[in-house]
Ligand binder design. Structure first.
Ligand code: NAD
Ligand code: UFG
Length: 341
């Protein structure tokens, strides 16, 4: 069993991945600066797994502290790097903060890995690197388009940095995972997404509207060139996504080659429209979601969903959870954090 360092391990996707890693008997060390998470996530992980993972409150940009962490937990077999800022709109307002945290954070991590001979990295990328693809479903070979936000640009830059580092001939293996739209919460409702303020993302907005915290959901655009006019995405259950990280990491650890860079879509392969998402939530939970049609949101693309063939073959992994179950998990989590019976 391996010793895994998880940066951003108290965040939404990180915490679900930590649970999967522990359940596969790996030892986990979490680094997080709590900029977008809370310490109580640790107890949630412990409640599910019976294990309290080791935790270091460290900023990934603090090289001295990161190096210290690598040496005090040596040997680290692999790193899963989630720590980053992730709000597309905010990145337009705060580009320097996004480049500093997301790009410089990766550089610090790679330097620390080089200095400690740590050679396996799983990296959180995003389908945002594709922009609006010309062909759907989008495959990993599709050309990347110029990013429409500093956030998207940080993901493209980080992918390039990792690939350039491997191309330099070092002994290093990486898996670049391009997530589509992660949604839902652990079925136990012990961990889930904790959006701060008004949620940007669709599913937290749906659950908060269902809980009565928001009066109504705005559907951003019903004049897209899609069957019902609303935009289409590939929504993947966060627990399925977490399992893919374990598979990607195992592949790195079990491949003999000294250099390797996997690039893999993580989605379901199915596109679902905003209006279909509302119906799916209402049917799964029996709770109504009032909504109105609003203008398109600036910067949104029309439709994207993943080709999952490569991930299915490479990782022997497939997203399996039905959307109704995912919606019920999101609603169970919302009710738990709001104290709703
Ligand atoms: P999140 O904000 O819930 O988790 C990120 C965690 O990293 C947080 O706990 C935060 O406190 C921590 N963090 C941020 N900067 C840090 C720093 N400098 N040092 C230490 N810790 C730091 O986000 P998430 O949804 O779990 O996303 C995880 C990763 O996946 C991110 O890299 C994100 O860009 C990427 N991603 C997310 C989505 C999505 O829709 N959620 C989609 C595609 C890609
Ligand atoms: N939407 C609404 N109303 C809302 C919120 C969203 O209609 O209140 C619509 C959006 O317009 C879009 C769809 O729901 O058509 C999904 O929107 P999200 O904000 O949930 O997700 P995005 O596809 O815009 O972006 C998300 C993450 C990005 C990430 C991207 C791909 O926010 O960080 O998925 O992984 F890059």
């Amino acid at each position: 069993m391996a010793n895994i360092l998880v940066t951003g391990g108290l965040g939404y996707i990180g915490s679900h991945t930590v649970v999967e890693l522990i359940q596969h008997n790996h030892t986990v060390i979490i680094i997080d600066n709590l900029s977008n998470s809370e310490l109580k996530v640790l107890s949630g992980i412990q409640e599910i797994t019976g294990v309290l993972p080791q935790f270091e409150q460290i900023d990934i940009c603090d090289k001295k502290a990161v190096l210290q962490c690598f040496s005090s937990h040596a040997p680290i077999d692999a790193v899963i790097h989630f720590a980053a800022y992730k709000a597309v709109g905010e990145s337009v307002q705060k580009p320097l903060e996004y480049y500093a945290n997301n790009v410089y954070g990766l550089l610090v991590l790679l330097e620390a890995m080089r200095e400690t001979n740590t050679s396996n990295l799983v990296f959180s990328s995003s389908c945002t690197v594709y922009g609006q693809p010309l062909e759907l479903p989008v495959t990993e070979q599709a050309p990347l388009q110029k990013a429409t936000s500093p956030y998207g640009n940080t993901k493209q830059m980080c992918e390039d940095i990792i690939q350039d580092y491997i191309a330099s001939g070092v002994s290093f293996k990486a898996s670049l995972l391009r997530y589509f739209n992660p949604i839902g919460a652990h079925p136990s409702a012990c961990i889930g997404e904790l959006p701060k303020g008004v949620p940007n993302n669709l599913v937290p907005f749906i659950t908060q509207t269902a809980a009565g915290i928001r009066n109504e959901l705005q559907v951003f655009g019903n004049d897209y060139n899609t069957p019902d006019g609303s935009a289409i995405r590939d929504y993947i259950y966060v627990v399925d996504l977490a399992k893919a990280h374990v598979a990607a990491m195992n592949r790195l650890l079990n491949t003999d080659s000294a250099h390797m860079c996997d690039i893999c879509n993580l989605g379901t392969g199915t596109g679902v429209s905003v209006l279909e998402m509302i119906t799916a939530f209402e049917q799964a939970t029996g709770v109504r979601v009032p909504y109105r049609i609003s203008p398109r949101r600036a910067g949104d693309i029309e439709q994207v969903w993943a080709s999952t063939d490569y991930a299915n073959t490479l990782l022997h992994w497939k997203a399996q959870t039905p959307l109704a179950d995912v919606m019920r998990s999101a609603w169970k989590w919302e009710k738990k954090i709001r104290g709703i019976k």
